[in-house]
Design a protein around this ligand. Structure first.
Ligand code: UN1
Length: 517
């Protein structure tokens, strides 16, 4: 079966993105060395096979690595602001191709078209950020304790950066990594999720065009495909000094141990279990908007999705009723149709996990306010569309402690002081995103203080998802501790060197040591 022709213009989008079908039944694009078994990409939107791509064998991987290594030797010599110029052009290409790429994201992954376009916008934004940064890779200077000496530090390119990304942000997370890594002088080898391989090929093609137009080797950007075994080739490879991995906590623990075992660096963006605290001083209307988007946006498949609402008992019933009412307005269906709010889950496995989580919460004593369920019938043929669920639950429930990548929201009640809500919010192993809805300055500041949220992201009067690229993105505890995207996250993509220069004719030793011959 060939590339699927649908009403949504996917075939045209794939053509615009240079994803082509070749006569052996696979689809390919630029710089694609893979010759392994075919991997099928099905759309959760309509269950149809979109295309097949070849996976990367051990031999292919060796080719990729030597291409990347050669490209690095050239790329690292290009001055950083000129690397920034190339990233600027890459951002411009993304602007040009925003529509087809956003559409492909939506069709291959299942998020709404608006969110697909928003994801491409995140790519564009990180490119702009990286362009500015390419003139700001600053190190510090220090005063030496020795006369006639100068001390300073500089940042050098690290080498090959391995990127393992997840299906839920099939293009943006790659861009957060590559845009920074490229201006830092690194080259990237990317293993996209096996659930969204066409997004990978499309992005690779865009990067390849830009490198080619600048007379630069395409190996600055490399693509490998397949399941976790392909990722393992990078985690155990000494030639890859940094592995940036986004995905589950289970996956992250394996990657971290493998990379640490060879004393490499890893940057981990793992699961979240994000809560919004709703204080008695919350604006209820804002709370409902933030909570609903956080819980059902991307069908609850963001690592920043809102999983728990921690509501003060004095307003609990009011919030609960408003929430149930808001959920009744949600339209579930084809994400390419802009009238719908909630698209499908990524695949039937995800649907099964959603069903299991709902069973679990009931078994543990939870009370379903909206019991969810899988939709069938016209438009729902893929079997991946589910109804968002809400359950009154307890933070101690095993299922509440776990991240289920689905639109299931747990309501938790607190009474008395804000500190009680903060204890619940922090009472999970994950530490990605958190929020408080309050108009009380004391509560807001307390939530942000050292005794407040223990997460990497803590918001006031905003939901848990939808972080901007300008801030460092990532979380604490089992979320993995990594920081990507904005602020000074670039530093992890470089190696720091401390330089001391003696411009005298003497050789005094530090720490006052005398060693006269
Ligand atoms: C993710 O789900 O892996 O903050 C990333 C957000 C997005 C990124 C999410 N900007 O929701």
């Amino acid at each position: 079966m060939g590339l699927v022709a649908t009403d949504y213009g996917i075939k045209e989008a794939l053509a615009q993105l240079g994803v082509i079908e070749i006569n052996d039944g696979s689809s390919t694009g630029s710089n694609f060395f893979s010759n392994g078994e075919l991997l099928s990409s099905f759309s959760p939107v309509d269950g149809k096979l979109i295309a097949k791509v070849k996976t990367t064998t051990a031999e292919d991987y060796e080719n990729v690595l030597s291409t990347a290594s050669d490209a690095f030797l050239e790329w690292r010599k290009v001055p950083a602001p000129q690397r920034g110029e190339v990233v600027r052009q890459f951002g411009d290409k993304l602007r040009e191709l925003k529509d087809p790429l956003g559409k492909l994201v939506s069709y291959e992954m299942g998020k709404s078209l608006q969110e697909g376009l928003g994801e491409v916008q995140e790519m564009i934004d990180i490119c702009d950020f990286a362009v500015g940064l390419s003139r700001q890779l600053h190190g510090l200077t220090m005063h030496s304790e020795r006369p006639g000496h100068r001390m300073y530090e500089q940042y050098h390119a690290l080498g090959i950066v391995g990127i393992i990304s997840a299906f839920n942000f099939p293009v943006a997370v790659w861009a957060w990594n590559t845009a920074l890594a490229w201006i830092c002088g690194d080259v990237c080898v990317w293993k996209p999720s096996e659930k969204a391989p066409l997004c990978g090929i499309a992005c690779q093609n865009i990067a390849a065009q830009v490198f080619k137009a600048n007379g630069l080797p395409e190996g600055i950007s490399c693509l490998i495909n397949g399941d976790y075994k392909v990722g393992e080739m990078m985690t155990s490879d000494q030639r890859v000094p940094l592995v940036s991995a986004t995905g589950s906590i289970r996956m992250g623990k394996i990657v971290a141990q493998k990379v640490a075992g060879r004393l490499g660096k890893s940057l981990l963006e793992l699961g979240g279990n994000n809560a919004i605290i709703v204080s008695p001083d919350a604006d209820i209307k804002m709370t409902i908007i933030g909570a609903v988007f956080g819980a059902v946006g991307t069908a609850g498949q963001r690592c920043t999705s809102t999983r728990r609402l921690i509501i003060h008992d004095s307003i609990y019933d009011k919030v609960k009723d408003a929430l149930v009412e808001a959920y009744s307005q949600l339209r579930i269906g084809n994400p390419l149709d802009e009238n719908n709010h909630v698209g499908p889950l990524i695949d039937v496995d995800a649907v099964n996990m959603y069903k299991k989580a709902i069973e679990e919460v009931v078994k543990e004593g939870g009370n379903l306010l909206l019991e969810g369920g899988v939709l069938d019938g016209e438009g729902y043929e893929s079997g991946c569309y589910v109804k968002p669920a809400i359950a009154e639950a307890n933070n101690k429930f095993n299922i509440v402690q776990h991240e289920t990548f689905a639109p299931i929201l747990y309501l938790l009640k607190y009474s008395g002081e804000l500190q009680n809500a903060i204890a619940l919010q922090n009472g999970v192993v994950q530490g990605l995103s958190s929020a408080i809805m309050t108009n009380n300055l004391r509560e807001a500041e307390m939530f942000l203080s050292v005794a407040g949220s223990d997460c990497g992201i803590a918001n006031v009067n905003i939901g848990t998802s939808g972080a901007e690229i300008g801030g460092a993105f990532g979380g604490e505890k089992e979320t993995g501790g990594g920081r990507e995207s904005g602020s000074d996250a670039w530093k992890v993509y470089m190696r720091r060197q401390t330089n001391t220069i003696n411009y005298t004719a003497d050789l005094p030793l530090a720490q006052g040591i005398k060693f006269d011959l």
